[in-house]
Design a protein around this ligand. Structure first.
Ligand code: MN
Length: 281
């Protein structure tokens, strides 16, 4: 194999404050004018607040079809309930990887009246062949997410593998990497991401330096760095920092998207609306 260049920062995108659900305040990072999507990633939201007024109304019943939602809780508790009888509470450090497939209707509601609520929700597209499959969940509590200590870096492996330690998520379609990296000041982490995979780093605490030498770029809290293609990426804490590192195989398929439905054609979108309205989810 050839040596691959270190991945650098192709673009820096700042998360945009917005609200969704029944008025939950959040930071939208992917799925906003500066970065509409990053195939196969469709959306990334960070919700995080100490103020119950910002989250208490939650996300009442709403549908999804044609893609996956990945919820990673950092603080607080969220109850999930769908129309197929699936229900559970996401606690800090847990991950819910939901393949909506042909359709679910669910609610995501805070299971607390006060205190901090914080987490990340990522939407990942499904290939055409998987958009109408049965809904499926991969759910893991914090004890099931392996953690690797590498000097001044601590890495939680949600998907992909680090130092031979594999995360629990299985998704052959996009072969995702999802790492939560905690760095001490000047702590370093270098990781080889699959060449050809779209990749980004999103900093949710502190700031990190990405890349090497003159082309290294500082990425601050609430900023996302779209990474250039290549092999390894090198992160260095400029302070104590927490960053998620994501990669996935692009689908290179047409995207027809409206709200919570993500299909390949306009006709399929109209069918999704009709199926939802007729109660076929
Ligand atoms: Mn949802």
């Amino acid at each position: 194999m050839n040596n691959l260049a270190t991945r650098g920062v192709a673009r820096l995108v700042r998360g945009m404050p917005t609200s969704d659900g029944a008025g939950v305040k959040l930071t939208r990072v992917i799925g906003q004018p500066q970065l509409a999507d990053l195939d196969p990633f469709l959306m990334l939201d960070e919700f995080g607040t100490d103020n119950p007024g910002d989250y208490i109304a939650g996300f009442p019943d709403h549908p999804h079809r044609g893609f996956e939602t990945v919820t990673y809780m950092l603080d607080g508790r969220m109850r999930h309930r769908d129309n197929h009888g699936h229900e559970g509470v996401l606690v800090p450090g847990s991950v819910q990887w939901m393949s909506a497939g042909r359709g679910i209707v669910h609610s995501e509601m805070p299971e607390q009246q006060e205190g901090r609520m914080r987490g990340l929700q990522l939407w990942i597209n499904l290939p055409a062949r998987d958009k109408m499959t049965a809904p499926r969940y991969q759910e893991f509590g914090p004890e099931k997410i392996p953690q690797v200590e590498l000097g001044a870096a601590r890495v939680k492996v949600i998907a992909g593998s680090v130092d031979g330690v594999a995360g629990p998520i299985v998704q052959p379609a996009t072969d995702p990497t999802y790492l939560d990296v905690e760095l001490a000041p000047a702590g370093r982490f270098t990781h080889t991401l699959p060449a050809g995979h779209a990749a980004f780093a999103y900093v949710y605490e502190g700031s990190v330096l990405i890349g090497e030498g003159d082309s290294a770029t500082t990425v601050n809290t609430h900023e996302l760095a779209v990474l250039t293609d290549g092999g390894p990426v090198r992160l260095e804490g400029r302070s104590s920092a927490r960053v998620i590192l994501l990669a996935g195989r692009p689908l290179h398929e047409p995207v027809a998207k409206y709200g919570p439905f993500v299909m390949n054609t306009r006709e399929e979108l109209m069918q999704a609306f009709e199926d939802f309205q007729q109660g076929r989810f």
